[in-house]
Ligand binder design. Structure first.
Ligand code: GTP
Ligand code: SPV
Ligand code: MN
Length: 580
């Protein structure tokens, strides 16, 4: 028994006073028992055994349906280390407050000790975390989302190098909810929420907020990115990583199905949400997906938009806050076919198409083991990961950002990522559709000062002889009628094709003030239904809008004061100069 782990678990048990302590081994038998307990408690409803074997439907508390950024804290000793991009609390004060919240909070409950490995077992790039939780729902979800159980414990051995995560549902009271991170001691304390990124501590809390700090200290990168392999008809596979904010299309792009015009091409999914990248011996950045499953947005997922996802959710999957049809199948808005005549909605109420409300919560999700994905990359478990040739940033921008452009070099690419903005979505509580700055899609997830983080990006680029080429995409540009100009989903292959061509030193492009934009005939639009005027609009750059954008970015960068690298200010000035 690992002595450091043992004494921490004892310490937590003393603080939280559970009825019993269960060490999770991650076995099938344990999972079956926990799922049965969740069914008995009414948390889980078994799904139709013919159509969704091993599947369960679950509803969270109606006030606990998304990440809560206003009660998420980064607590290094110095406030400036958290930066203006994070809520900060003095760690002494935060600990005192959390000690009170957690004191006796597991009375009458079972305390689960959940060991897990982020990244392939045995990989030098992987990291061990331990989550202590009083939620069986969290345990069974963690088992899908990470390599959970005995193998992780075996890998840890007697080492004290693990991320400590303490989680309690508390009373699920939004008023006392708090998700606190102590980057200096690699600790997470999460109280009062059972939902997704607030509660499955391996995901955003460890693999991004804590890991981003570890990456800074150890010269690697923890990013909110999908990883996708594209195999040409000649059998060559190129890997790209893409950072889009929450609910802006990562899972969809990670499971892309190339359209008919790309006969012979194959797409391979390595990851859909998180990417850890390190310099390899060949001077490239190599990436692993630290996760073991997918926690994907359900609404909008259909055979038309993401048939790979539709196929993978039929086995051993958990659905949270979707609707449930009378024949015990999950349902959500945007699924193929007509809505069920009668269903139970995400809040547990009887629902019909005439109800006039959404049956599924806009942030309802499926939790699915990665092995279910038929296009899962053969490199998914490769301990060295895959070499990344291109990094693609993107967001929801009705105007301003063209369909795609390429940065001039790594430094400019870092600027393109740092100046990202996107409309907010239902993945976090608060207003939806408001444009905000979301650098590298990391605003809610970077565990330290963004100024220092941009500096780290610049340093990483200099540390490799062959940094990835950097692009920006926008699938969400709208025309004068307010409708999306670009068909999106599988059709995004047309843009990736240009990206791959550029990586190979080909692909016709025009130099513009913001970067390289494809020439009108450089994109293969065969069978896309996109006409010349739509394409023209998609690729157009409104100089006036961009002058305003450059000004806004400059003002935003100033909020990081002395932490902002001079090179980023120089990029703003250079953009302004190019815009005239
Ligand atoms: P997180 O899991 O929150 O990080 O989200 P994500 O980035 O993985 O987003 P996801 O792929 O789940 O997509 C979120 C929403 O965006 C879904 O409702 C999709 O239907 C929609 N979406 C994804 N790709 C496209 C696209 O290419 N075009 C359009 N118009 N919508 C898209
Ligand atoms: C996101 O919000 O970016 C997600 C879902 O991927 S959550 O696990 O809640 O963070
Ligand atoms: Mn995400």
């Amino acid at each position: 028994m690992n002595p450091v782990l043992k004494s921490w678990v004892e310490e937590v048990a003393t603080l939280t006073a559970p009825q019993s302590v269960v060490w999770c081994d991650g076995s099938e038998a344990e999972n079956t028992r926990l799922c049965a307990e969740l069914v008995a408690a009414g948390t889980f409803t078994p799904l139709n055994a013919d159509k969704f074997p091993g599947g369960f439907w679950s509803r969270s508390h109606p006030s606990d349906v998304a990440r809560t950024e206003h009660c998420t804290y980064i607590c290094p000793e110095k406030q400036e280390d958290a930066g203006p991009n994070n809520n900060w609390m003095n760690p002494v004060e935060a600990r005192a407050h959390l000690q009170k919240l957690f004191s006796g909070c597991m009375k009458g409950r079972t305390m689960y000790v959940v060991p897990y490995c982020m990244g392939p077992l045995g990989s030098p790039l992987s990291k061990i975390g331990i989550e202590i939780t009083d939620s069986a729902y969290v345990v069974v979800n963690m088992r899908i989302m990470a390599r959970m159980g005995q193998p992780a414990l075996d890998q840890l051995g007697s080492s004290s190098d693990f991320c400590r995560g303490l989680h309690s549902l508390g009373q699920l009271d939004p008023e006392t909810r708090m998700i606190a991170h102590f980057p200096e001691t690699r600790e997470i304390w999460s109280f009062g929420s059972g939902y997704g990124g607030n509660a499955l501590l391996g995901k955003k809390c460890f693999a991004l907020r804590i890991a981003s700090v570890q990456g800074r200290d150890e010269m690697w990168m923890a990013e909110h990115m999908l990883i996708l392999g594209l195999e040409s008809p000649q059998g060559e596979t190129i890997y790209v990583a893409a950072a889009f904010p929450s609910a802006c299309g990562k899972t969809n792009l990670a499971m892309l199905q190339p359209p008919a015009a790309f006969k012979g091409w194959k797409a391979w999914c390595v990851g859909d949400d998180i990417c850890w990248m390190r310099p390899g011996p060949d001077g490239r950045l190599w990436a692993i997906n630290p996760e073991g499953g997918f926690f994907g947005v359900a609404p909008g997922t259909s055979h038309k938009t993401n048939s790979n996802a539709m196929s993978m959710v039929h086995k051993n999957s958990i659905f949270t806050n979707t609707a449930l049809s009378e024949d015990k199948c999950p349902w959500w808005e945007g699924m193929d076919g007509p809505p069920p005549a009668h269903a139970t909605d995400w809040a547990g109420k009887a629902w019909t198409p005439a109800s006039g409300t959404k049956a599924a919560h806009p942030n309802s999700r499926f939790t699915v083991p990665a092995v279910n994905c038929s296009m899962l990359s053969p490199k998914f478990n490769d301990p060295m990961g895959v070499p990344i040739s291109a990094i693609i940033f993107g967001g929801r921008r009705a105007k301003t950002a063209p369909l795609v452009y390429q940065s001039f070099d790594w430094e400019h690419g870092t600027f393109v990522g740092a100046s990202m903005a996107s409309e907010t979505t239902a993945a976090a509580t608060g207003a939806v559709g408001v444009v905000r700055r979301d650098p590298m899609a990391m605003l809610p997830f970077c565990g330290y000062n963004f100024g220092d983080y941009f500096g780290h990006w610049l340093k990483m680029g200099k540390s490799v002889s062959h940094p990835p080429a950097v692009f920006h995409v926008n699938w969400f540009r709208t025309g004068s009628d307010g409708k999306f100009l670009w068909p999106g989903f599988g059709e995004n292959m047309r843009v990736l094709d240009w990206v791959l061509q550029r990586v190979a030193g080909k692909g016709e492009a025009e130099r513009t003030p913001i970067g390289w934009v494809p020439k009108a005939d450089a994109l293969n639009l065969d069978g896309s239904g996109v006409n010349a005027s739509a394409l023209n609009e998609l690729l157009s750059i409104d100089t006036n809008l961009w002058r305003q954008e450059a000004k806004d970015v400059g003002a935003y960068f100033n909020t990081y004061a002395a932490h902002m690298p001079a090179a980023m200010h120089a990029q703003v000035a250079a953009l302004q100069q190019r815009l005239g």
